[in-house]
Write a protein that binds this ligand. Structure first.
Ligand SMILES: Cc1cc2nc3c(=O)[nH]c(=O)nc-3n(C[C@H](O)[C@H](O)[C@H](O)COP(=O)(O)OP(=O)(O)OC[C@H]3O[C@@H](n4cnc5c(N)ncnc54)[C@H](O)[C@@H]3O)c2cc1C
Length: 434
């Protein structure tokens, strides 16, 4: 095989690209991964929860060797208003033993590097500091990639695009819907260093246990999105992520939103004394299931974020979908390789595998989440606020008789909530939010 030809070229050494590379190399495929960062993970950012079901299949008992931070035993969903919070708190001993509910915190600069090493050990070649600038085509078939290096064309039977949310190559090839302010979240995240004993004390954790707290409503000024705090070993990840159209509408910059969130009276004590060691911003795709028409074409497949495979519901999962799609693309290539058919129909089994899996079943179920919230803004704005106010007023202790308090609260609900609209919304929400 000449140096400039591989069976598969993968663009991007993120979670989806490396999962594909590992699977291919393990099956004896000559695979090249091209990554623009100085090392895998150098340019990667996420909130911090690694959903690891697929990873555990690829690297059994990975938690014994991978540079993960903490396993999550405590999940909290919190609604804020200006000075109060109402929380739902889930802590379970079930999550405290292998496989730890497949939910870990991680820092991508450490984790991605390790994950890429697993693929290299299986035989994948990973080249960093190299940007793919375009796809090489013959007729309607993708036959390779053009990189920014001298003599930088590399040819392949199949190209797997794993370029992440900033999917310029996929869009240029017409394989992906264009980004719009209504289908992209902008997230900004800060990592604050704190001694592990302080983190464990503040979040009531022991050893490598971790906590994940997500905030809604006033935490993000009633925008479609959320704020989060995740515990790492000796740091805390804190961030906000909202639809770009909402930042524009409210004339709020993401960094201002993060500053306000960090200053909230319920949040500041959790972060006190933390020293900023990382600050970054990135986009998250929030496409709907209905946008997934072209996830593959002759000689090319799209995986992970550049295919739009992110669950936009309260589950906020992207990492496991990225890895699953990488594995499915690799398996589809292996099937196509047997027939030496890398045409569109030869790669069709990629989409079939996705459709038959939990990946597309979940995305189909939550296909309307973002549009529902955009059309029913009370769910991100007034309903969370009213919930906090009702709880606070109900439990405020003064000399008012409880019956009078109840009457006042019922009046407030009648004044502020349109009953029939709420019933209709809840009926619709059963299919999009739950
Ligand atoms: C702020 C934020 C918070 C998130 N929080 C969570 C969370 O808590 N849990 C969760 O499950 N998911 C979360 N996600 C989503 C999750 O991070 C993604 O779904 C997942 O990382 C997608 O993996 P990927 O391999 O598709 O893309 P990425 O991990 O983004 O990897 C893409 C890779 O391609 C490289 N690349 C791009 N273009 C080129 C090019 N032209 N040439 C060469 N290399 C290129 C990049 O440098 C990068 O290494 C979050 C995302 C963001 C932005």
């Amino acid at each position: 095989m000449p140096n400039d030809r591989f069976e598969v070229v993968i663009v991007g050494a993120g979670l989806s690209g490396v999962a594909a590379a590992l699977t291919l190399a393990r099956n004896g495929v000559e695979v090249l991964v091209i990554e623009r960062g100085d090392f895998p993970g150098a340019k990667n950012l996420f909130g911090g929860i690694l959903y690891s079901g697929v990873l555990a299949d690829l690297v059994p008992k990975f938690w014994e060797k991978a540079p993960i931070e903490r396993h999550i035993v405590n999940r909290r969903w919190v609604v804020l208003d200006v000075d109060s919070q109402v929380a739902l708190d889930l802590k379970s001993a079930h999550f405290d033993k292998p496989p730890y509910n497949n939910t870990f915190t991680a820092l991508r600069s450490r984790f991605d590097r390790w994950f890429a090493e697993q693929a290299e050990e299986e035989g994948a070649l990973i080249i960093c500091e190299t940007t793919v600038e375009g796809l090489l085509t013959e007729g309607d078939r993708v036959v390779g990639v053009r990189t920014g290096r001298d003599d930088g064309d590399v040819f392949a039977d199949c190209v797997i695009l794993a370029e992440g949310a900033n999917s310029l190559l996929s869009e240029a090839a017409g394989l992906r819907r264009k980004m719009t302010p209504g289908n992209r979240v902008n997230a900004v995240k800060e990592v604050l260093a704190l001694p592990s004993e302080i983190i464990e004390d503040r979040f009531h954790l022991e050893g490598s246990q971790g906590a994940a707290v997500e905030y809604f409503g006033g935490a993000v000024k009633g925008m479609v999105g959320s704020a989060f705090i995740y515990t790492n070993r000796d740091s805390i990840s804190v961030g906000v992520g909202c639809l770009i159209e909402d930042y524009l509408r409210s004339k709020t910059a993401p960094y201002e939103l993060l500053d306000e969130f960090k200053a909230h009276s319920s949040v500041a004590p959790l972060l006190r004394g933390g020293e900023t060691v990382e600050y970054a911003t990135k986009m998250i795709p929030e496409d709907s299931y209905d946008d997934f028409s072209d996830l593959y074409a002759a000689g090319v497949m799209l995986v992970g974020d550049c295919a739009g495979l992110v669950n936009p519901s309260i589950h906020h999962e992207g990492t496991n979908l990225a890895m699953a799609s990488g594995v499915f693309a690799a398996e589809a290539f292996l099937e196509a390789r047997e027939k030496q058919d890398f045409s569109r129909s030869g790669l069709e089994s990629y989409r079939n595998r996705l459709d038959a899996s939990w990946v597309m079943q979940d995305l189909e179920h939550y296909r309307g989440t973002v549009d529902f919230l955009r059309a029913n803004r009370e769910f991100v704005d007034s309903y969370p606020r009213i919930t906090v106010e009702l709880m606070r007023d109900y439990f405020t202790v003064d000399d008012t008789p409880k019956a009078e308090v109840r009457r006042r609260l019922m009046r407030k609900v009648r004044d502020e909530v349109n009953f029939f609209r709420l019933v209709r919304q809840l009926w619709q929400a059963r299919k999009t939010l739950v």
